[in-house]
Design a protein. Sequence first.
Length: 276
Amino acid sequence: MKKILSMLLVLILALSMATFAFAEEESDADYILGNGVLNIGITLFAPINYEDPETGDLIGFDTELAKAVCEDLGIEANFIVISWDAKEIELNSKNIDCIWNGMCITPEREENMSISEPYLLNTQAMVMKAEREEEIMADVNGYTVVAEQGSTGEGKLQGTIEDDETVEVSAKEYFANSTYIPVGSMANALLEVKSGTADIALVDSVCALGMVRPDSDYADLVVNMDNNFGDQFYGIAFRKGSDFTAMVNESIAKLKEDGTVAELAEKYGLTDALIQ
């Protein structure tokens, strides 16, 4: 009888400890707010997150928006450059708390992460040497196309991201007879085209229009958007089930109301892409 009672007591104690541990488990918002800092995973590309060529400071639409949200929430913004292909690993291991870097919302990403309300409209653009645009656009068969590994461009090329009703031209079919090579970032994709080691870069239109300008290092390149590869929307990704997502959504809504978001969009040439 004593043995049975002892076993019961051990069982009750174990259950009590498990219940206490469950009750004490902190939410994602508690974890982030408790640390007093939001660790933000990024890659570098204009006009989203990039280094000021004169000062070396990190600037960009997402950079300034993230800082404004963190200020509103009473925490610091800490930006960490990551490998885009490893973004979900970095997030789930808590090396970062969110991915705030012009990330296109896809069904797969929505299944694996908690994603904010969309804030920018995007599509996929082709970038090539300006002097070769007519030649390449006549027939892309046999040419080399590059895209950032793990990006929406790659997903469109490989068919891992399904086309929706906004798509007029399937990138997978369009580039079926081209050679695809993945690269480390969208900026690297543009460099490959500039150097002549690739013929076409398939990158976010937001990136292409932000980086390929007459006053930039890519003045000899051209952005071609003749093909509608479909609309995408940028969102901010947090850990699956995170309660911090709602807090960020609320903060961005406030910043839209007071005009901050519109001012940033105008500053970085994204007014037309802004989702009100």
